[in-house]
Structure formats: structure tokens, C-alpha cells
Design a protein around this ligand. Structure first.
Ligand SMILES: *Cc1c(COP(=O)(O)O)cnc(C)c1O
Length: 351
């Protein structure tokens, strides 16, 4: 029956970092250091948990289709912008592609980067067109802008997963000036750096900024993503969106987390301290990062070997071989709890 499945789903999809965890378990590590998924080791705000529990009592009803509780909280937190919300930012990405891309349309993707853009584009019948970053992982502006010519949509991630690179807002503005299509700026890790792209929403009507509650706000398990969208685009997004994507428990938790912004301050401070320590103390080259993770170049070893060796020593990190346009010798290491970070530095120094 497999021949019935569309070709784009016959090959490998999103790669989850499960194998390293299995190796760690096989070596008797019941509680390995989990540094593979850029999760927040701290729990969410108690206010998020309290509101989520209260919302559980209302789940006989469908959630509010306009996500009002959550979008009101977003306006209180960010100011007066237009927002779309979905099942993680991944849900936003799928819906945005659905609104724009016809069979065979090319979509520009600045690589190496998060693999889901390409997967979601192909799933929609589109064709990802990669534009490689420069050797220092900054965006090759001329090439990127040229590639956008005649295209409806381009993806740019900043801070970029997995390199950690932050693209200055001035460069994003220059891209927006130069292109005719829409730029989807994935700002999943923006809370961990000092850049602010929000003012660009006032100046450009071809910018969508994707955000998530999964990283700094510790709500990965509830799958809450949102986007700043241009006013003209909002009704089209709503027409294309799956009804009731964001469930009522998630909406309530997301609103609760945004109502307690101070909760993430110590989390961010800790990330900043540790990513500097990773750069300084790791025996391999570490790229400067604006996220809660770093990219480590383990050459001449391969990523797969290092991931296996670290897993055997109870440290789970991510091999980056599944990221488009990245070599075989990079691993990504999330900033975790104190003991996990110490353990990583200790074990990588012993390899
Ligand atoms: C984690 C991540 C997302 C997805 O976030 P969800 O809201 O959990 O779907 C999107 N983009 C990048 C770059 C990420 O690393």
C-alpha cells in the first residue's frame, strides 16, 4: 500500500534526537544530561500552571476560535500588534505556507537552518531553494536578496538554529526593502538575545515574525506558537488555518506565562553566562550564539561519533547532520541545568 503515500513523505521527515538517549540508557545512565532539544530545564511560571489547571475544567467546550485570552495577553506583553496563534510555531509555519504556495513554487530558505521549513514546504507541494550562509554563518545578503526575486516566501531564522547567529535588525530591514515577497523571520530564540525585530512590523507589510512559548517560557509540551502578522494578511491566515488549533489549556497557560514575564529573567541570565562558558571552556571551536544552545565544530571527528561517545558517558547532544547544508562535523548543545552543563564540559574535554 506504500505506493499510495505522496512522494514527499516517502523519505525521512523531521529527525528526533532519540538514538542518543537509547545509547545512554544502554550504558546505564537513567538520568543523562539532556542537552539535545533546546528545551528549558526550568519549569514554567506557576501562573501558567495555575491557569492551565483552571482551564482543564472547561474542556467540554471548544476553545475560543480567535484565541482571545492568549492574544489579549500578547498585546499586554508586546503592545498593539496583530497576532496569529497555532500549535507551536510549526503550526504557524504550515499555515503560512498553505496561504501562499502552489505546486512547484520555490521558497527561499537561508541555510544551514531548522529543517522543518523545507519539510513543510515540500509537504505543501513547494520546492525549497537553499541560500547558504557565509563561513562565519552570517547571511550572504546579496545572494539571499537575489534568490528572493520572483519568490513569494523566504525563511530566515534569527538567532539561527543551529548556528546561534543573530542577524541585525538593519539587515532584516534591508532584505524587506529589497524583496517583493514575504519574509518569515523565525525568532524562536529571540528572548535570549538583545535584538528586537518588532519595530519592523510598523514599517513593512511583508514581514511575519514567528515566536514560540516552547523555549524561554518553558511550555514546549503545550505546543504554543504565535506570529506577528501584517494587518492585510491576518484574514487570509485565519481563512487558511485549521479551526481551533490552539487548545484552551494551552491558551490559558500561554496567557499566564506572559502575565509573569519576570519568571524568565533568571533563566535568560543563566543562558547568557553558560553560553559564554561553553565558548571559553569547550576544547573545540564554538560559534558565538544568541540562543540557548551552541554549535560546536568537532572536526576532525564526525558528529555521529561524538554524539555516541557523549551518550555513552551520559550526555545527550544533537548531531547536526540532518540540518540542510551543514557538514558532518557539527553538534548542537543546549544550555541545561548547572550539573548538565558541567558534565558536558567535563566529558567533551575527555574525548
Ligand atoms: C523550536 C523551534 C521552533 C518550533 O517551536 P514550537 O513552537 O515548539 O513548534 C521553531 N523554529 C525554531 C528555529 C526552533 O528551534
Amino acid at each position: 500500500m506504500q505506493h499510495l503515500i505522496r512522494e514527499c513523505f516517502q523519505k525521512e521527515g523531521y529527525v528526533f534526537a532519540t538514538r542518543a538517549a537509547e545509547i545512554a540508557r544502554a550504558h546505564g545512565h537513567d538520568r543523562p544530561a539532556r542537552l539535545a532539544s533546546n528545551e528549558n530545564p526550568e519549569g514554567p511560571s506557576p501562573e501558567a500552571v495555575r491557569r492551565a489547571i483552571a482551564a482543564l475544567g472547561t474542556v467540554n467546550r471548544y476553545p475560543d476560535e480567535k484565541n482571545r485570552e492568549f492574544t489579549d495577553a500578547l498585546r499586554a506583553y508586546h503592545g498593539d500588534y496583530r497576532f496569529a496563534a497555532s500549535v507551536g510555531m510549526d503550526g504557524i509555519i504550515e499555515t503560512v505556507i498553505r496561504t501562499l504556495i502552489n505546486d512547484g513554487d520555490e521558497v527561499v530558505v537561508s541555510t544551514p537552518t531548522y529543517s522543518f521549513y523545507g519539510i513543510a514546504v515540500r509537504a505543501q507541494g513547494g520546492v525549497p531553494a537553499s541560500v547558504a550562509r557565509k563561513a562565519d554563518w552570517s547571511v550572504d545578503m546579496d545572494t539571499f536578496i537575489r534568490a528572493c526575486e520572483g519568490k513569494k516566501l523566504a525563511f530566515l531564522c534569527s538567532p539561527n538554529n543551529p548556528t546561534g547567529t543573530v542577524t541585525p535588525a538593519a539587515d532584516v530591514a534591508a532584505i524587506l526593502e529589497a524583496i517583493d515577497g514575504i519574509l518569515f523571520l523565525d525568532a524562536a530564540y529571540i528572548d535570549f538575545c538583545d535584538e528586537d525585530y518588532r519595530p519592523l512590523m510598523h514599517r513593512y507589510d511583508n514581514l511575519i515574525i514567528g515566536r514560540t512559548m516552547s523555549k524561554a517560557f518553558s511550555l514546549a509540551g503545550l505546543r504554543i506558537g504565535y506570529a506577528f502578522v501584517p494587518a492585510w494578511y491576518e484574514p487570509y491566515y485565519m481563512t487558511a488555518a485549521t479551526p481551533f488549533t490552539l487548545n484552551s489549556v494551552s491558551q490559558a497557560a500561554g496567557a499566564g506565562a506572559l502575565a509573569d514575564p519576570a519568571h524568565i529573567d533568571p533563566i535568560i541570565r543563566n543562558v547568557v553566562i553558560w553560553r559564554t562558558r561553553f565558548v571559553d571552556e569547550c576544547p573545540y571551536p564554538v560559534a558565538p550564539s544568541g540562543g540557548n544552545f551552541v554549535l560546536v565544530d568537532v572536526a576532525p571527528a564526525t558528529a555521529e561519533t561524538v554524539v555516541e561517545q557523549l551518550a555513552a558517558r551520559g550526555v545527550i547532544v544533537r548531531s547536526c547532520t540532518s540540518f540542510p547544508d551543514l557538514g558532518e562535523h557539527y553538534i548542537r548543545v543546549s544550555i541545561g541545568e548547572e550539573w548538565e552543563n558541567e558534565r558536558f564540559l567535563q566529558e567533551i574535554s575527555r574525548l
